[in-house]
Design a protein around this ligand. Sequence first.
Ligand code: NAI
Length: 336
Amino acid sequence: MELRIGLIGCGAIGKEHIKRLQYKLQRCRIVAVSDVLESGAKAAAELAGGVKWYMDVPSIVNDPEVDAVVVCSPGFAHKEAILCAIEAGKPVFTEKPLATTAADCREIVEAEMASGKHLVQVGFMRRYDRGYNQVKQILDSNEFGAPLIVKCTHRNPEVGTNYDTPMAVHDTAIHEIDVLHWLIDDEYVSAQVLMPKTTKYSHPALKDPQIMLLKTKSGAIIDLEVFVNCKFGYDINCEVICEEGVVHMPAPSFPSVRRAGYYATPIEQSWINRFIDSYDVELQNWVDCAKRGAVEGPTAWDGYVAAVTADALVKAQQTGAEEPIVTGVMPAFYRQ
Ligand code: NAI
């Protein structure tokens, strides 16, 4: 039996996921879409091959032909859709963030636990990236000993003028926040942000670059450079320094060229291309798990941890001090 999906929010990523779920992935099909804009809902229904469309959350979630829900609306609208799906007892995949405040994330966690079913997955797709998984496999083998330092970069060629200092956390570092504690199997305890000299390509509301430091329970330190006007490419790097050696995440492969006095390898230019395969793997895994009532990917608890960590980093941007990250103990419900 195919998983029959209702997709909420038919903007940029919503349309990408419609194409992916309807025409590329296996064992699923989109049966309904919804958007607050009628034109958006209708166009997306066409894109999906002429499916039903709605303009409100309860109608699509409670449609008896909808087995599971995918949420691609803006972050502020996620909570309503997720709580509605939990109430209906239907699996729900939500694009990140889980919700826009830690309190709202906690409310979702509590609602899911009260339902007694594992229903919520958050779209932190880097956990499905080949490179991160190769690094994780090596770390989990224990052959390199314990991770001590993690050095990462998240560089974008440039950003729009509406992008400001807190967005370096909410829109950019948020992906590392999720993937890194999973990668080294640890928990964050504190956050600090150092502000080097700002590039001439930035503007007064954006400090760029920033160095974000996250300390973990085991004592490891993560050093993440966020530099969103680096000009040269979308450059994601991750290196884990362990007791017995160093593990470096492979970059996507490009041919090296020798020309005009240079030996060069191109750098990816677009975030869309860098993690394109991860979205396919992520959603196929979600479909297959949802059919058997399981969640293998990032949970609502992970969404909550990301929100609490992001809050601490934003506070640290303002204070310059080391700020505590207090999530409390992971409930037994989420220990798999
Ligand atoms: P967008 O602005 O292009 O599309 C949002 C759509 O949702 C619009 O069509 C809008 O009319 C609709 N909408 C607004 N309120 C709604 C509501 N209450 N119910 C139903 N529909 C509603 O935004 P975009 O870029 O597609 O982002 C959507 C979500 O996906 C965001 O949470 C964003 O953070 C996330 N995202 C995740 C990425 C990833 O790498 N995992 C990449 C890009 C976006």
